[in-house]
Design a protein around this ligand. Structure first.
Ligand code: GLN
Length: 520
């Protein structure tokens, strides 16, 4: 889309295009923000991507930015570009539920560092996006507030846990959104909705103010429709934070420059042998192979690389994650936040009784499953056998990455083994749900960065597929170089952005027409 089209439908423009049009005062932030709020009204009843819409707050920020711009102030690149925030991030004065009943009604008294960065950048916050409860899941079906739907097919899942964020971006309700990725929750939703998502290097984005799932794996990152937009948001979100002890004390890698460079000539790319083949849908595999061929055409060298310990990543993850989660979730004790349920028929209940009934009522099945698993794995008699062994496997996986990166600059694989599945299909089978992250989990265990880029539509169902790019720790810029090169090649291959092939959602015409009038 050319900058001249920006005014005809503000919701279709990329964040980079909006930023440019805002900077040149072709459009105002109030217009852009209002257009997205209109779009939310028009389509979110069907998509259910937002848990909370912050219309007044977003417009107030937009107005303030417009005034500052009119006064001649020089503003950050994304000033005035609206954004949606995953409900795992504490937002001062706005509800933060993390998809759980137990945090129903909690209004944080402070902002997560990431949210503070968005505010400092002058970005209007449109609202909070739906997610699996405490970020446990791959479909948003574990949200206590009902699932989000995939804009490509409303009967299908938008991925998880950050399915709300991927769905808002894919359905043009926001140009950008934030996500968190503990085992794939930014990348897998991006893959199944035809959008772009990055999990930065562990420590690249502050964890302060994120509701913790597994602290050694959690990492926040950008959700967008283009690689450049993801890079622009990555820069805003990232950077050193003294409030997070694992935050990297170094500048954000040069991701925007890399996205603009988009040149893979001479780059060495490794196809991970263990992340492919059987178990991956044929259409996903075909698109992946096609993307790899496009990279070769552009001058990249491709070799196959073996990472034998990746076969144990899922098993190690499902011991480490529940162990850390069981400890992190102990703070939801009915005393400090949100929900408190009193036991029936007890006159003077003890704190322990209140805690037990509140946790029973406030946590969903998947959360309980993982707390039980985690406390078991950490119990004194089993610690070495389970948690200790899983940590050793984690080291072996990190060593596989190190060896691989001696031979290649980046690794690639399909992001998710299948396209979006139908709501309900995997809900009763935890193992089937867990397998969605088979390709994304190794990066979290090793702390290395990863990105998912749309790789086209699967032949058998016409749904989006994603290719995952992985880079060594702190070399996040490589993801953007490869991602942008692929994006360009795929644009030529498909004749238009993949997302433009998604069916129109009913109501979008009305919102589009209104935006056009406002923009004229
Ligand atoms: N789906 C994975 C899980 O359920 C990943 C979650 C995440 O990245 N937050 O743990």
């Amino acid at each position: 889309m050319k900058a001249t089209d920006v005014t005809t439908d503000l919701t279709r423009a990329s964040a980079a295009e909006l930023a440019e049009a805002l900077a040149s005062k072709t459009i105002s932030s109030v217009e852009v923000t209002q257009a997205h709020l209109d779009r939310i009204v028009a389509v979110d009843e069907q998509v259910h991507a937002f848990l909370h819409v912050n219309a007044e707050g977003a417009l107030a920020t937009a107005r303030a930015i417009d005034e500052r711009r009119a006064a001649g102030e020089s503003l950050p690149t994304l000033a005035g570009v609206p954004i949606a925030v995953k409900d795992v991030m504490a937002t001062k004065g706005l509800p933060t539920t993390c998809g759980s009943r137990i945090l129903d009604g909690w209004i944080p008294p402070y902002d997560a560092t990431v949210v503070r960065h968005l505010k400092d950048a002058g970005m209007p916050i449109l609202g909070k996006t739906n997610m699996d409860e405490f970020a446990m899941g791959s479909s948003t079906e574990h949200s206590a507030y009902g699932p989000s739907r995939n804009p490509w097919d409303l009967e299908r899942i938008p991925g998880g846990s950050g399915g709300g964020s991927s769905a808002v971006v894919a359905s043009f309700q926001a140009p950008l959104a934030t996500g968190t990725d503990t085992g794939g929750s930014i990348r897998q939703p991006a893959a199944v909705t035809g959008t772009v998502g990055t999990k930065p290097t562990y420590g690249g984005v502050s964890r302060y103010g994120l509701v913790a799932l597994a602290s050694s794996l959690d990492q926040a990152g950008p959700c967008a429709r283009t690689v450049l937009d993801a890079a622009l948001l990555h820069v805003v979100m990232g950077g050193h934070d003294p409030l997070d002890s694992t935050s990297i004390d170094a500048p954000v890698p040069p991701v925007v420059e890399a996205a603009r460079r988009a040149d893979v000539k001479g780059m060495r790319i490794g196809v991970v042998k263990e992340l492919g083949g059987e178990g991956y849908q044929p259409g996903v595999r075909a698109r992946f192979e096609e993307s790899v061929a496009l990279l070769v055409e552009q001058g990249a060298e491709v070799v196959e690389v073996s990472c034998p310990n990746f076969d144990y990543a899922l098993a190690a993850y499902y011991l480490i994650l529940p162990s850390e989660a069981s400890s992190n979730l102990a703070k939801f004790d009915a005393m400090r936040y949100g929900l408190r349920v009193l036991p029936e028929g007890v006159d003077a209940p003890t704190a322990e009784q209140v805690m037990a009934v509140t946790r029973d009522a406030g946590f969903g099945d998947e959360v309980k499953r993982r707390i039980i698993l985690g406390t078991y794995a950490l119990s004194s008699g089993y610690y070495d056998a389970y948690y200790g062994s899983a940590q050793k496997v984690r080291t072996l996986i990190a060593q596989d990455f190190e060896r691989a990166y001696e031979q290649v600059d980046v690794l690639v694989s399909p992001t998710a083994p299948t396209t979006a599945f139908r709501l309900g299909d995997k809900l009763d089978d935890p193992m089937a749900m867990y397998l969605n992250d088979i390709a994304t989990i190794p990066a979290n265990l090793a702390g290395v960065p990863g990105m998912s880029i749309p790789s086209g539509l699967a032949e058998e169902d016409g749904l989006p597929t994603g290719i995952q790019v992985l880079a060594p720790a702190t070399k996040d810029e490589r993801l953007y170089t490869v991602g942008a090169a692929l994006e360009q090649a795929l644009l030529e291959r498909w004749g238009a952005p993949i997302l433009s092939k998604a069916p129109e959602l009913a109501g979008s015409v009305v919102a589009g027409a209104r935006a056009a009038v406002k923009g004229a």
